[in-house]
Design a protein around this ligand. Structure first.
Ligand code: AMP
Ligand code: ZN
Length: 463
């Protein structure tokens, strides 16, 4: 029997056995999605890849998963302190398109990149702008329960009303209040946050709605509380996002849901740690913008990036380098060729002992790097080829590297090259080494490499 599934839960700061809230039912999984004011960078995708693998590991353990993810297409301000501009309106100005057009453009780009990285589609992909009713109702309940107040620019959540506000991130709320560095304006406490913002007086925003409080738009955090509750209920199994969400976004999601229904939203809170670039935070504004598209332009298979992410545990940061991506591309290529070479062995069942070892690694808080090591051992092991192949293809249900369908590229060999190779083969058989060497030189010049075999030869393109 494999070890039970355990995950590190950031709410309790402990490794806990995963037991679904509804035995026999679906596991509810909510993952914070992209803000669609620009392309997503490969750092964002590191988090989405971790979440995809998490979902696959739950399925590997026999659970059915209802995965919900959101598209933030309104309300995410350039500053977490509820000041600054809405990222969507800013993106619209930058591109000369409308906020609605850029939302669509970057949602489509996100979905295309998801496919390229072999991320499974969520069961529900929900846009904030399609859920205004739910968000307004949510805020109205928070207000009714006494957790909200109005200022001249919006409706705010009063964090002082909750004793355990900030518990998820172990926030030092008193210290933050005492050391306020920014003028909170009419906000009563440093940690209070916007539930609804009014459109600036005299200005028509591209995205604005009527509400009981006045024309405006929802704060960023309310969309996740509202949509998670709508699709997964008051209390569901797992909520994920990147590590940056701990102190503000997820802290505030919990505060809102607690104020409305009294739960902390999810049983497990799991976070993907950051991808760094040159050991620094990856930002869309600074330096090279690392997108999946750029990897493709530079000749990489996007799945090499997926492989790279599998080599690092999700609870540690990972520094991106092109050398590391090269190494991942080589490893992926070897694994693909290795599995392909085992294809003619017929049908077989996976190796039960290796499956158990693999499961134990995954169940130990998603130790995917060690699960990969089990895969390499299996590939190089002694079991019959068909058994090894069946085992590796089973593992790939979690890795998602598309090993089953992979085939080496068939390269057409020009007739002139074939003729040269045949002439060289004849010379070699006749032990005319000078002529054989001369013809090899000609093949090289034409960009081809000839490998002699006992029963003939093979031709390969020279790198
Ligand atoms: P955003 O589009 O900014 O809302 O972010 C989408 C997801 O990417 C969120 O879960 C973030 O926490 C996550 N994220 C942002 N930057 C990084 C990074 N450098 N590495 C890993 N995840 C990130
Ligand atoms: Zn969210």
């Amino acid at each position: 029997m494999p070890n039970p599934l355990t995950f590190y839960d950031n709410y309790t700061r402990s490794l806990r056995p995963f037991l679904p809230l509804h035995a026999g039912g679906e596991v509810g999984l909510y993952t914070c999605g992209p803000t669609v004011y620009d392309y997503q960078h490969i750092g964002n995708f590191r988090t989405f890849l971790f979440e995809d693998v998490l979902k696959r590991v739950l399925e590997w353990n026999g659970y059915r998963v209802k995965h919900v993810t959101n598209i933030t297409d309104v309300g995410h301000l350039t500053s977490d302190a509820d000041t600054g501009e809405d990222k969507m309106e800013k993106g619209a100005r930058r591109t000369g398109k409308t906020a609605w057009e850029i939302a669509q453009l970057y949602t489509d780009a996100f979905m295309a990149d998801m496919k390229r990285l072999n991320l499974e589609d969520p069961a529900v992909l929900c846009r904030a702008t399609d859920h205004l009713r739910e968000q307004i109702d949510f805020i109205a309940d928070i207000e009714k329960n006494g957790y909200a107040y109005r200022t001249s620019d919006g409706v705010y959540f009063d964090t002082s009303k909750q004793k355990d506000y900030g518990y998820l991130a172990r926030l030092d709320v008193k210290g933050l209040e005492a050391g306020k560095r920014i003028d909170p304006g009419e906000k009563r406490h440093a940690t209070d946050f916007a539930l609804w913002k009014f459109s600036p007086p005299g200005e028509t925003r591209q995205m604005e709605w009527d509400s009981p409080w006045g024309k405006g738009f929802p704060g960023w955090h309310i969309e996740c509380s509202a949509m998670a509750q709508k699709y997964l209920g008051d209390y569901f199994d797992i909520h994920c996002g990147g590590e940056d969400h701990l102190p503000v976004h997820h802290t505030n999601e919990i505060a809102q849901t607690e104020a409305r229904v009294g739960t902390r939203l999810a049983n497990f809170w799991m976070h993907g740690y950051f991808l760094l670039s040159n050991d620094a935070k990856m930002a869309k504004s600074a330096g090279e913008f690392l997108r999946v598209e750029l990897l493709i332009e530079r000749g990489y298979d996007p799945l090499a990036y997926r492989y790279l992410c599998l080599t690092a545990h999700y609870r540690g940061q990972l520094n991106f380098t092109w050398d590391a991506l090269d190494a991942a591309a080589v490893a992926l290529d070897r694994m693909r060729h290795g599995v392909y070479a085992l294809r003619d062995g017929g049908a077989a069942k996976p190796d039960a002992a290796q499956i158990e070892r693999f499961t134990n690694e995954l169940n130990d808080d998603l130790n995917v790097p060690r699960a990969l090591a089990v895969a390499w051992e299996t590939l190089r092991g002694e079991a019959p080829p068909a058994v090894r192949r069946a085992t590796l293809l089973a593992f790939d249900r979690v890795f998602g590297l598309g090993l089953a369908g992979w085939e080496p590229e068939v390269v057409a060999i020009p007739d002139a090259v074939k003729a040269l190779a045949e002439a060289r083969q004849k010379a070699r058989l006749a032990k005319d080494w000078a002529e054989a060497d001369r013809l090899r030189g000609e093949l090289h010049a034409a960009g081809w490499e000839m490998e002699d075999r006992q029963d003939g030869f093979t031709l390969k393109r020279r790198n």
